[in-house]
Design a binder for this molecule. Structure first.
Ligand code: SF4
Length: 226
């Protein structure tokens, strides 16, 4: 067999392997699989690597600036997100935008938002470990494509799903962690803040205010050094 024929066979098998990604969580998604977020979104919208694909209306891939310095990672879509195909819409999303705006950050300019799982778990239950593992390679590709300097992990599932960190979010929020050479900070999920509206010193909303100011300061420091 000529080396050219061998090469073309290799190309075919790589192509077939890529085509199979949305069908089975056992098919790996090597770094560099997708050259754009649009390509990745096409796979997510036809994906059945886990059972969440059976009940979704839309896969929720992400929104915001594709070249953002800050990436926010949440858990999974809720009902509004499943209906619209966009992450962090509804009350949680509005609060998140307000938090960002309070330190002059926005999803148009500075932030890209994505979730660990792209499809809505029934009744908004927490995604299972298997579901998170099945979907995580898509998120890793999104992180590679956006290449953020800072990753904010909203809530325990996002923290555990991306980094494997199992400490409670109340213990670890506001601390800078290093993951795969990137700076990460666990923060409260906006829906938790909606359930805990007190602004008193030490309350979750007050703590979030401290955290987002620390993020802004780090963002400024990074901008200055690049
Ligand atoms: S949640 Fe992720 S892995 Fe599961 S079906 Fe949706 S896109 Fe695929």
């Amino acid at each position: 067999m000529s080396s050219e024929t061998q090469l073309s066979l290799f190309d075919d098998s790589t192509f077939n392997q890529q085509e199979l990604i949305p069908t089975d969580a056992k098919i790996p998604i090597p770094p560099g699989t997708y050259s754009s977020m649009t390509e990745l979104a096409q796979h997510c919208n036809q994906c059945h690597r886990c059972a969440l694909g059976d009940t979704r209306t839309h896969a929720v891939v992400g929104r915001g600036n594709l070249q953002a310095s800050i990436m926010i990672v949440g858990e999974a879509p809720g009902q509004n997100e499943d209906e619209t195909g966009l992450p962090f819409v509804g009350k949680s999303g509005q609060l998140l935008e307000k938090i960002l705006a309070s330190v002059n950050l926005s999803t148009e300019n500075d932030v890209y938002i994505a979730n660990i799982n792209k499809c809505r778990p029934p009744n908004n239950r927490v995604p299972t470990t298997d579901e998170m593992v099945a979907c995580k390679p898509y998120l890793l590709e999104q992180i590679r494509l956006v290449d953020p300097k800072i990753i904010l992990l909203t809530g325990a599932s996002a923290l555990k799903g991306l980094t494997g960190e199992k400490r409670a979010i109340t213990k670890i929020r506001g601390q800078w962690l290093e993951w795969e050479g990137r700076l990460c900070m666990p923060i409260f999920h906006p829906s938790y803040l909606l359930r805990n509206p007190s602004r008193e010193v030490g309350a979750p909303k007050w703590l979030m205010w401290q955290d987002i100011q620390a993020v802004r300061a780090k963002f400024d420091e990074i901008q200055k050094n690049t």
